[in-house]
Design a protein around this ligand. Structure first.
Ligand SMILES: Nc1ncnc2c1ncn2[C@@H]1O[C@H](COP(=O)(O)OP(=O)(O)OP(=O)(O)O)[C@@H](O)[C@H]1O
Length: 263
């Protein structure tokens, strides 16, 4: 994309469910050349926010525009193929017996498992090259249920990229990975973040150590409200993290990686 375009535009967004206020007056804009990390404690509303961005949920009040289309005034089934999504809910919907190759390939049809759909050779090539790019092409014929957590995460990111989306949403992609697998995934996502041809990205995480270099912006959430949002070096600070997590934290930047500890 030569020129930056607005891919997400949330204005005064509130989400209420079952008497709970999940999001409270969120204003947030994401441009196509930005890569955002969303941080906050358990229950802050991160997944709720990602589900709005994924056109999987609607706000109770306020407006959400995704890729220039307003939720509530657009057929979400036309919008969803433009959005690559990797979440626990997606991971849990994949049949265990599905081959890794088909986990990726079925995204072309917006399906979770193979049925009677037909694929053209371009779909096959794309699925194979994504598995290769994520370093898991040797697993193409393995049933999804037999993959390790780290292997699954990579296959799910390949699946999220299958439709060549304009927006890529990753919910805790490094959760459950061992140190080596986490570092390898951070490096892969860093490469993607720095690729000008890659989609706009929003990555939800609990841990600053998991922020891939190349991510440009941060949104810090707490109790459904924005604590800080903007360029990562301005929004991600000891102060914003301490406020969000409710304890004194010191954030340290080591080159282009971060650590945070209680002080
Ligand atoms: N359908 C619902 N009805 C009532 N409360 C809900 C509903 N869905 C989510 N919540 C509550 O809304 C809050 C925000 O949930 P959400 O999953 O968005 O948080 P999160 O930041 O992703 O949390 P975590 O880091 O633990 O995954 C939580 O307190 C959750 O219990």
């Amino acid at each position: 994309m030569a020129q930056s375009e607005r891919v997400l535009d949330l204005s005064g967004v509130t989400v209420r469910r079952g008497g709970n206020q999940l999001l409270d007056g969120i204003d947030w804009q994401v441009e196509s050349d930005q890569r955002w990390v969303v941080l906050g404690p358990n229950g802050a509303g991160k997944t709720t926010l990602l589900n709005l961005a994924a056109a999987r949920n609607h706000p109770t009040s306020g407006t959400v525009q995704v890729l220039g289309e307003r939720l509530g005034a657009v057929d979400v089934f036309e919008l969803r193929p433009l959005i690559g999504l990797s979440t626990t809910a997606v991971a849990e919907s994949i049949p265990n017996g599905e081959k890794a190759f088909d986990v990726v390939r079925t995204a072309a049809w917006g399906m979770m498992g193979r049925w009677r759909e037909e694929y053209d050779p371009l779909d096959d090539e794309r699925a194979a090259s994504l598995l290769r790019w994520l370093g898991v092409s040797q697993l193409a014929d393995r049933p999804y249920g037999t993959l390790s957590e780290g292997e699954r995460k990579r296959v799910l990111i390949a699946r999220a990229l299958m439709t060549d989306p304009e927006l890529l949403l990753l919910d805790e992609p490094a959760a459950g990975l061992d140190l080596g697998a986490r570092e390898a995934l951070v490096a892969t996502l860093s490469g993607l973040a720095r690729d000008a041809a890659a989609p706009s990205m929003v990555l939800v995480t609990h841990h600053v150590e998991e922020i891939p270099p190349g991510f440009t912006h941060a949104l810090v959430l707490s109790a459904g409200a924005v604590v800080a949002a903007g360029p990562i070096e301005e929004a991600l600070t000891s102060e914003s993290l301490s406020k969000a997590f409710g304890l004194p934290l010191t954030l340290t930047a080591n080159g282009n990686r971060y650590t945070a500890i209680a002080t």
